[in-house]
Design a protein around this ligand. Structure first.
Ligand SMILES: [Zn+2]
Ligand SMILES: [Zn+2]
Length: 282
């Protein structure tokens, strides 16, 4: 079998496959060696071959012995996942063997089903995130996937049914409108504190704000990217001043504050709310 034909078979199998599948199609060990020497395919490990252009997360998963899963499977679709370390998550099935490899820091998943190579589906990956990274990370990833148009009604119901009972309510309060994963996290935490809020509220002269609490307190969550630029900083200050002119108070938090200094954020919101509410009852 010619090297290009070997590559065609690997491509047909989704970019990664076992030598026994190739041999089943008539390739000999010599054919495989020649295909590797000609750079038509690469040998991932003993008995596993991939296309040179295969996705890195898929190749790492194959090296480890399974499919790219959980946070890794979602990140490749552009879904926001709360996991600063960005580890490789691999599903090997309940009885699959995890193959240690140089530099391995993979998270091995062993939920039910028959794993092969490639990438798990969005529904399975979301359910894996709940178990692996917790309810909050699940919630943000779920809202992000929905916003990207990757979750039909049937898929959302399937995710809900696959969650443990104590986390199904997360699906019930999820929406497809969150602007960023960070916003999802903040909304969930405020919800847990029993603080009623309107997301993406409209204020004349200001525009849309991330959250409006008690019709008076504006919360703005600055994502990682844009807000450091001088022109964006200017726009933010202008918005805050316009909101103040209309009698609103603005609290602005960034990525690091939400993720690493939440108690400070929480105290600030609660303290401002107390002042606003006591003013009203006076
Ligand atoms: Zn590994
Ligand atoms: Zn995981």
């Amino acid at each position: 079998m010619r090297p290009s034909t070997v590559a065609d078979v690997v491509k047909e199998k989704g970019g990664v496959c076992r030598s026994r599948e190739l041999m089943g199609r008539g390739a000999s060990s010599d054919d495989l060696r020649r295909a590797v020497a000609a750079d038509a395919v690469l040998r991932v490990r003993e008995g596993v071959y991939a296309l040179p252009e295969a996705e890195p997360s898929v190749v790492v998963a194959a090296l480890h012995g399974g499919e790219s899963a959980c946070a890794s499977a979602l990140r490749r679709l552009g879904i926001w996942v709360l996991e600063p370390q960005q580890r490789s998550h691999v599903w090997v099935g309940p009885r699959g063997r995890a193959h240690p490899h140089p530099g391995c820091a993979c998270v091995t998943h062993r939920d039910a089903g028959t794993s092969a190579f490639g990438v798990v589906g969005v529904v399975q990956a979301l359910v894996q995130v709940e178990r692996c990274l917790g309810g909050e990370a699940f919630f943000a990833a779920f809202e992000s996937a929905w916003r990207l148009g990757l979750l039909s009604t049937a898929m959302r119901a399937e995710v809900r049914a696959s969650l443990p009972a104590r986390h199904r309510w997360l699906v019930d309060i999820a929406r497809p409108s969150a602007d960023s994963g960070l916003e999802s996290i903040v909304r969930l935490r405020l919800h847990r504190l029993g603080i009623p809020m309107v997301s993406q509220a409209w204020i004349d002269d200001v525009g849309r704000v991330d959250f409006l609490i008690d019709g008076m307190l504006v919360l703005e969550i600055d994502g990682k990217e844009n807000h450091a630029r001088p022109e964006q900083r200017h726009r933010d200050l202008l918005r805050d001043a316009s909101a103040a002119a209309r009698g609103y108070e603005t609290l602005r938090f960034d990525y690091a504050m939400v993720l690493y200094s939440w108690p400070v954020v929480e105290r600030a919101v609660l303290a401002r709310l107390e002042v606003i509410r006591s003013r009203r009852t006076r």
